[in-house]
Design a protein around this ligand. Sequence first.
Ligand code: ADP
Ligand code: ZN
Ligand code: ZN
Length: 744
Amino acid sequence: MTSSKEYTVVNVAINRPLFREFAYKVNAQLGPSHIGSRVTVNFANQEMVGIITEINPKLEFDENKLKTAILLDEKSFLTDDVLKTLFFGSSYYHYPLGQCFNVALPKILRDGGPFDYEVIPALELKENIDEALISKIRSKEQLNILELLKDGPIRRSQLRERGFLSSQENALIKKGLVSIVNLKIENLPFTHLKDDILKETPPEPNIEQHNAIVAVTECEGFKTFLLNGITGSGKTEVYLRIIENVLKKGKAVLILVPEIALTPQTFDRFYRRFKVPVSSMHSALSDRERLDAYLDMAKGRSGILIGTRTALFTPISNLGLIVIDEEHDSSFKQNDTFRYHARTLAITRAKINNCPIVLGSATPSLESFYNVRRGLFEKLDLKIRAGGARLPDFELIDLTKEPLTDGFKTGISETLEKEIGEETVKGNQVLLFLNRRGYSHHLVCHMCGHVFVCPHCDNLLTVHKKEQVLSCHVCENSIRIPNTCPQCGSDCLVEHGFGTEQVSEFLKLRYPDVGVERIDRDCVTTKSALEQKISRIRKGESQIMLGTQMLAKGHDFPDVTLVGIIDIDSGLFSDDFRALENTAQLLTQVAGRSGRGFKRGRVIIQTHHKDNLLLNKLIDPNFSYLDVASDLLETRKKMMLPPYSNQAFLLCNSSDRNRAHNFLLNLSYKIGAIKDNYANLAISPVLSDKMEKVQNRYHFNMLVSAVRRETLKAFLMDVRAMVAMDSLPQDVRFAIEVDPINMY
Ligand code: ADP
Ligand code: ZN
Ligand code: ZN
């Protein structure tokens, strides 16, 4: 019947906060291959790009009234698995499908741009170049670029990822040694390389690595593996081997990494190992570069995609494996718009694809650990360090016994001070960890007690000495450090607490000859700044490094023999039930930075609570991270906290405090009427967020916990129906967050 018509009726998902799709006519004969194709539609008098989600849907009205949509893609570029993952994600996270697509598509496609390359600028070695010219080059980086180009042209964006600067590239262009070419021309699928995919000979795997490689390689269909390997145990080497085996079958691989791990070293290991083209997707790319990587994968030109969480939604022809490195990392969770967890959706995608997925970590999340216990995941262990390096020894410094020296006031106790001195004299390196930026934590008026709070947020302002500002670490606004108190006029303003800026100032004064590198977001604003610091450390020009999270993962420092944890206590006492898990992970990860080379490493932890049970387990060589995780799981079980229950937040904010508050109160009345329909469901009263005011908006929440996932889902469907998303009161924002990892 439909074939006789000149048009096809389709359902279209639109980027609006609406939990439904809209029917349009398209003047062509469309079939299932068009599900996922983009169309332009007129929606509420606006031209918009939408996605076809259904062909010939059931209509409840006369189709002659339908408006016409214009087809943009002759065939859907979204593969079946990406579509199904998004359908699932929309329903699991209660986020409108059209808006999910909006998060999943690269901007150029979202805006209706063509699904095709333009120009891909790359560098190519010129033919018959004068060797004399090369011998004159002093810059090691320029020589390195020339060396790499011997294997063929390389994209400029890829050279940037590997740590080279465009100025170095330009110098070579100017010298006439290389030229810019357009890489679009050679557009072969990676499979033409067949079995010849390796560039280097990999090390022989040890027995544990071998077992892990075999388990995953022999897995024919879907299965989730948790590769639990201590830091430095050779997890990456295992990924590389498994990937190799998948590539040999002509299939492609998706690797998700935390944003922080996107260092030239990460990319280099893959580029160095494989002849197969590798693409990458991360926040440093332009919209065009992002689309190019997307096209590389969709068209089968690249065999490997390395990316941060959104890379998950890239269509990949013939996907054979997904890897998530550092699966416990919180950057896999998106905390606004489409509030998904990349691990959850990656597992879904692997299942749809019927391929294995490997979650790797030295410190697995309790969720994954629980799934191993439930028999849903298979755990593979790497318990020894590859290359023979040993795990460090731990020691506690009891701060209650330390004298109040100048160093103590800036975070370095006398004992730690001495240890740093001894190690550096021996020519060794020291890594100090403090997860707090700035000079002083906050500023107080000594006369009247006035504290300096962000004018836009309920947050204390941090003192930054060098810039002479008080800065809000929530909204990033800052004001000049005042000379007097705005409340009483006194000039007696006292600083409290220390941050990395102050500690590094102390270290530079105390150890003037050894070089101190501070690594945090304030002094490392570009990738190359970070690289320069790291390179000074690698070369041994600097012996002390002090840093925040930025330093905790992704980098290997073989000469570090001492790791100092300046402040652990703030992570031991928190009202967030995940704090202990996060502290255990962080401590284990930071400790893993040391003793990677031939030298034995030590980790020294400063604390006022030397009898703390968790702390003592973490440093006991007879306990592993998993033993600690096991304990933490027991507590969660007793308290019926996730993963033993399922949580969701109902979140609301507005620039008008009452409006936000009333909106949720109102919703809570309505919820009261249906609540008894659900068994084992707990709903908190309407509460302010821990930080109620953020960027001049007032935040309120309700926490929902259910023993069963199905109950939570059904309940949230009801809530969704109660909230007319498209007609919220003016200036009120409402969101549902399923499986939150932050407490509000
Ligand atoms: P992880 O990812 O677990 O931190 P890596 O894969 O980075 O560990 O391995 C740590 C170091 O050991 C790297 O320098 C790596 O090249 C080396 N390595 C890994 N596996 C082997 C092996 N089987 N033989 C020799 N060296 C290895
Ligand atoms: Zn005052
Ligand atoms: Zn602020």
